[in-house]
Design a protein around this ligand. Sequence first.
Ligand SMILES: O=c1ccn([C@H]2C[C@H](O)[C@@H](COP(=O)(O)OP(=O)(O)OP(=O)(O)O)O2)c(=O)[nH]1
Ligand SMILES: [Mg+2]
Length: 149
Amino acid sequence: MMKTRGFELVTAYQDTGLTLPVRSTAHAAGYDFSAAETVILQAGEIKLIPTGIKAYMQAGEVLYLYDRSSNPRKKGLVMINSVGVIDGDYYGNPDNEGHIFTQMKNITDGVVQVTKGERIAQGVFVPYLLADADDAAGTRVGGFGSTGN
Ligand SMILES: O=c1ccn([C@H]2C[C@H](O)[C@@H](COP(=O)(O)OP(=O)(O)OP(=O)(O)O)O2)c(=O)[nH]1
Ligand SMILES: [Mg+2]
């Protein structure tokens, strides 16, 4: 099959029984991402939850990672960066291969557990536009602050 856009398991998670993101209904926009590991968040704590997934896509495309609407009320968690922007050149980067993490905050005053395999976020592929005279040419080496301040 020709590779256009999609998901792959990160090397370290290949034999863990983790499955690739899928949409739950025929017209759903979001591919559901699950936690690759069980993670405990203390009250107020922010943690990066590994998904074990990397995403490839075409030039001019981005994967937006969105919170699930049920997370705040049902889990007491919010994606604290609001929306995750997963760049096309994050895939295969030398630092972490393109491993996608969701950045979650426990908004309760108790402990919250995210269990391995539990759905935690959703990814939507979207085309984006360039501004006039755009000449960006750098190469991504990682994520989470890798391009400087
Ligand atoms: O929720 C997120 C947000 C980002 N990323 C990864 C993919 C993205 O391509 C990279 C960089 O994200 P962003 O540009 O938003 O973060 P930054 O703080 O600007 O870091 P950098 O300097 O590496 O660009 O981190 C995730 O895995 N999950
Ligand atoms: Mg950035």
